[in-house]
Design a protein around this ligand. Structure first.
Ligand SMILES: [Zn+2]
Length: 310
């Protein structure tokens, strides 16, 4: 039977890949699965939950015990499938969906069968297997970095971070992964989420196709005096598209991004002028640190992604 034969082959290749990954982990090498000659781009889609259309706040919608968490997961899957469809219709040969909002956020049963999903962390997670032969990085449900005025549910990693900078350049979760992609020569081609994130993305990665599905209504002066929990509740007011409207825009943007990647890859660029050595500085809210801003500093002589692993 065609199905069972295909299934068998799929299982075999997954097992082979797992074995290869395990083997490679011993010598620190990364596996690059083989792409067929002439096949379209392989897209790595990093997803988050906060900036999916319809998602209102962190406490009820984005935490696993929140009363709207399941609804948020369905909304996320609707946007993911719209993006996956757009990528494939634009010519992609493979799409891997990263469960960026924790391993539980995706709903396997609802994923477009053409895509694969990546869930969970492992030793040396960064750059999240971006260095395994992908041709493009994309984001979905992405929010703006901590401290962004009129962003929705802004934060960088967690609500306790005031700001994170690499060699003086303030970056959020978008920048953290995009700069890893840059290191491996991979363009960042698409991002959907709130309007403030779109501005952040276009500034760091000119040419990226952005799709705004909502915009926040709260100002932000850094909110240094707030506790983590106060900041979690400070940026919840929002105007959002209806889910179906958001999915249509995401589909169109994702398709355009892959089409342009094929026709004009040079149109996707990185605006930063960062050079090694890389210094990553993070400031944490004082409320959780005895009233003093806690400062963390990490440095790597050559590699940004290695710095993110530290
Ligand atoms: Zn996030």
């Amino acid at each position: 039977m065609k199905f069972s034969r295909l299934f068998f082959l799929a299982v075999c290749s997954v097992l082979t890949l797992s074995a290869a990954v395990l083997f490679a982990a011993e010598d620190g090498q990364r596996v690059r699965p083989v792409k067929e000659e002439g096949a379209g781009p392989r897209v790595f889609l990093c997803t988050d939950l906060e900036s999916v259309a319809g998602v209102l706040d962190s406490v009820n919608w984005c935490l696993e015990d929140g009363r709207n968490y399941e609804e948020a997961r369905h909304l996320l899957m609707g946007e993911i499938n719209a993006a996956v469809a757009g990528f494939f219709d634009g010519g992609a040969s493979e799409v891997t969906v990263l469960s960026g909002h924790g391993a539980q956020a995706l709903i396997p049963e609802e994923l477009d069968e053409r895509a694969t999903m990546q869930r969970g962390t492992y030793p040396g997670t960064w750059p999240w297997r971006l260095d395994c032969g992908y041709d493009a990085l994309a984001f979905l449900g992405q929010h703006a970095k901590a401290g962004t005025p009129y962003g929705h549910l802004t934060h960088t990693g967690n609500m306790g971070v005031i700001d994170r900078r690499v060699n003086g350049l303030s970056i959020g979760e978008y920048g953290q992964l995009a700069l890893c992609a840059k290191e491996f020569g991979i363009p960042t081609i698409f991002s959907s989420g709130d309007a403030a994130m779109c501005d952040e993305a276009e500034a760091l990665t000119p040419g990226v196709v952005t799709v705004a599905v909502k915009f926040g209504l709260n100002p932000d002066d850094g909110c240094r005096e707030m506790t983590m929990e106060e900041y979690r509740r400070a940026k919840t007011s929002v105007v959002t598209l209806a889910p179906e409207a958001a999915r249509k825009k995401i589909y169109a943007g994702a398709k355009e991004a892959v089409e342009r990647l094929t026709k004009a890859p040079e149109s996707f660029t990185y605006a930063d002028n960062l050079e090694p050595p890389y210094v990553l500085e993070t400031e944490y809210r004082p409320a959780e640190h005895g009233g003093e801003i806690r400062k963390e500093r990490k440095e790597h002589p050559t590699s940004f992604s290695a710095l993110m692993r530290m």
